[in-house]
Design a protein around this ligand. Sequence first.
Ligand code: FAD
Length: 464
Amino acid sequence: MSQSPKPIDDAKPSDGPEYGEEAFAGISTEHLYQKLQPITLISTNWGQTWYCIPLAVFEPETVEQCGTILELARREGKVVRAVGVGHSPSDLACTTGFMIRMTRMNRIIEISSEKRCFEAEAGITLNELHQELGRHGLAFSSLGSISEQTLAGVISTSTHGTGLAFHLIVCSPTQDSDLFNATLCGIGATGVILRVKMTVEPAFRLKEIGETLPFDEFIGKMGELAKRAEHPRFWWFPAAGTVRCGYANRTTEPVRTNGSWFWDRLLAYHAVQAILFAGRYITSLNTYAGRFAAWLASGGSVVVNDSYKVFNVDCRYPQNTTEWALPLRNAEACIREFRQWIEKEIRDPNGIRPHFPIEMRETTCWIGIVQFKPYGFDTPYHKYFDHFERVVFEHGGRPHWAKAHKLKPDDLRKLYPKFDDFRSVLDRVDVKGIFRSEYVQRHVFGVDVDPRVFKKRVLPGATR
Ligand SMILES: Cc1cc2nc3c(=O)[nH]c(=O)nc-3n(C[C@H](O)[C@H](O)[C@H](O)COP(=O)(O)OP(=O)(O)OC[C@H]3O[C@@H](n4cnc5c(N)ncnc54)[C@H](O)[C@@H]3O)c2cc1C
């Protein structure tokens, strides 16, 4: 849902108890429901890989309504899941309890060109922010591949970005810094984020130069190629044995775009999807789809545009995906090992035929794989993903928090020295556990929650 941001008129959050239990004393539970008018519906993520029917979906517009929902949850003993636009590729945003969709809390509170910062309600999408920031000559320094997400969604999953009696809490690097740090990748477990203040920078343009290299040439000088630009990214097409490289740097050159409906939509999108669909039945076609897509992407290219337009790319079709970060020093060995396995599989008549591309981005080294769902239909991914996860884990990888993984508290404790500090913050701010969704229970608290609880496709019209 997209609404243009409007100026805010309700009071600023404070440390006060305005929406604590005492504020609702004397109001009947029935009256609280009437004030909020919840709806019930099937909720699915962007990738069409997880489905849930929340008990109720609320779309608050004010801080007071958020407080009212939390009071209802407390009275009814329900778990609350604040969500953005549900783009997380795992069941992170799924719940059988109360879902709070934050997208109506999308107002800009303040933008300052001088201070290069803004404050906005947490449900605003990055796309909405780009427009508003652009009007003030400002931009984010870096972004992921899309901008449909909400600000809070990006913060909560560390997109490469209270309980406490339901009182409003302000936290910052200097004020309740433990809660602030925990919320930076809080996966919705530290409470409902209402407003965010963030620094940005003057708007800028990027010039991205693209080239395609044979895999062997790429892997031998990967470290050097990654230093060629402020924002390097690499897309590996295993079936073609090539890597598409993009090097984006700042520029003041005029806007320059390329591409056409015929090449970018008809062939690169629709024709490839049709081949992938046929590849569900004749698996070898997936190899041809990979080579065709690699060929379409090959050749030199130069694009100049506003930064967010260059950062964002077309992520194609619904998909299963997983992405891991590993230390740069381990990247080459990890990729080589994974490649050996993929090539063995491709040679095996019964082996897997991976979809493409495998994306590699360098902050640490992020490696992401996909199996598309052409026209929304399933394709096999378990064997491919299981092997990939085993290899990256052995090379010191850590999973992306928005994406599905199988790690349990004991694994996470080894990877994150502050894992138990995170749990302590949750124990402190969410005493009654109302923000412990199935995902949080499973991965953070080690509760035996079926990892496939939200996997089943729910039929339209189904009731719980
Ligand atoms: C096509 C596609 C491309 C992507 N590209 C990238 C990429 O380039 N880089 C990258 O790192 N990630 C990427 N992602 C992942 C994406 O950025 C995250 O999944 C992000 O969280 C999605 O935001 P959302 O608003 O949909 O949040 P949701 O999926 O709705 O929620 C995500 C988490 O945020 C919590 N949350 C949301 N709002 C609030 C709130 N107000 N208060 C408290 N908690 C809240 C939820 O409880 C949940 O834990 C991509 C995803 C897709 C589908």
